[in-house]
Design a binder for this molecule. Sequence first.
Ligand code: SF4
Ligand code: SF4
Length: 81
Amino acid sequence: MRERLALSRPTEASSGKTGSWRTFRPVVDREKCNACGLCAQFCPDSVIDEDLVIDIEFCKGCGICAAECPKEAITMVREDR
Ligand code: SF4
Ligand code: SF4
């Protein structure tokens, strides 16, 4: 099992729930992912947990996780409106 990461968790404060303004959401391809944990470390909102599940309620859609993923396992997909 992958080593546990020391990460903070999102809150209800100013950087809290995203609401409906997000344009893109990250989708992880588990076949490509090697569980390195870099996406979780770079996520500015700490919304990727130890099992690499993304809490979409708090994700801002910034795309940093996708940009940093060395396996190109994260795709930013346009939100349905
Ligand atoms: S898109 Fe941004 S906020 Fe959402 S999981 Fe990736 S790095 Fe975090
Ligand atoms: S950075 Fe990419 S390869 Fe690493 S855990 Fe995240 S999705 Fe998987």
